[in-house]
Design a protein around this ligand. Structure first.
Ligand code: MBD
Ligand code: FE
Length: 281
């Protein structure tokens, strides 16, 4: 199918006007990006001979997505958020300096200002019957030197894959804590073992995924923000090894370096010492 030159000129002039390229004022970068996006969309409409009906289905879909506040969830599911990681990796590799813990997507379920404590926190409210999970770690710089006073902001799902705030059945800030590292850069938390997340089954994200023959599940994971004055902010996660979706994450966030092997603690004395050492840090 060749493009009729009159049609082409007419389209170019339409897009130059509709994206604002022809007008003064506004934001030039935005105009250029909108111009490219609109021209790619028109190309797709043409290539697939998209019908009016299909067009309006898509427009209504966007309304539905916004209405359910799922735009960020879809961005994760389409791999677009992971693409930001790929881009950041590419730039880091080009810069040639050492890399630390790999980053991976934030996802749509972070809530700021979780309770802050020094060295140790208990993350769960104790209301859920669940297996206890202890996490401990050390924040270091790229040379392995401990970073004191770093803030480790941790959030994860409960045993039903739900996140507090979004899941109104949980208490405020359940499974969300910030811990400040001590002089040794260490932090520890006591929490519960999370389950994997699944997209709301009646929501627009799952609807599109299903239409594409995909599932909307994530393996069990724990999110981290790590920040300290003078250092670059790190957004990352760990995935619990053994989950059926470990390498089949609908949001593409699993990385080999970020897989954690849970160690079962059966000795009550060891369990107690974990809690005590934490409370005293
Ligand atoms: C999550 O818990 C999540 O981490 C992402 C990326 C998307 C949906 C739910
Ligand atoms: Fe998550």
């Amino acid at each position: 199918m060749s493009v009729n030159p009159v049609h082409q000129t007419e389209l170019e002039s339409l897009l130059a006007i509709s994206s604002g390229l022809n007008s003064t004022g506004g934001n030039d970068r935005l105009k250029n990006i909108m111009h490219q996006l609109l021209s790619d969309l028109c190309k797709t409409i043409r290539q697939f001979d998209v019908t009016d009906e299909e067009f309006w289905v898509a427009v209504n879909y966007l309304n539905e997505l916004g209405g359910r506040q799922e735009a960020a969830l879809l961005a994760a599911g389409l791999g677009l958020e992971h693409y930001l990681d790929m881009r950041a990796d590419e730039k880091e590799a080009a810069s040639g300096h050492d890399v630390g813990t790999p980053r991976t997507i934030e996802g749509p379920l972070y809530v700021a200002n979780a309770p802050l404590s020094e060295g140790f926190a208990r993350m769960d409210d104790g209301k859920e019957q669940a297996e206890t999970m202890w996490l401990q770690g050390q924040v270091t710089d790229l040379h392995g030197k401990p970073v004191a006073g770093a803030i480790v902001d941790i959030w994860h799902a409960n045993t039903l894959g739900g996140y507090s705030f979004f899941d109104q059945s949980q208490s405020e800030y359940n499974l969300r804590r910030r811990v400040r590292t001590g002089d040794d850069g260490r932090y520890a938390v006591r929490s519960i073992v999370p389950c994997g997340y699944g997209c709301p089954p009646d929501g627009p994200t799952q609807k599109l995924l299903t239409a594409m023959g995909r599932h909307g599940n994530r393996p069990a994971h724990v999110h981290f923000f790590v920040s300290a004055p003078g250092y670059k902010h790190l957004t990352t996660q760990i995935n619990l090894n053994g989950d059926e979706y470990l390498w089949d994450d609908f949001a593409f966030a699993t990385r080999a370096e970020l897989i954690a092997d849970p160690v079962k603690v059966t000795d009550p004395a060891v369990a107690q010492s974990r809690d005590l050492s934490g409370e005293h840090t």
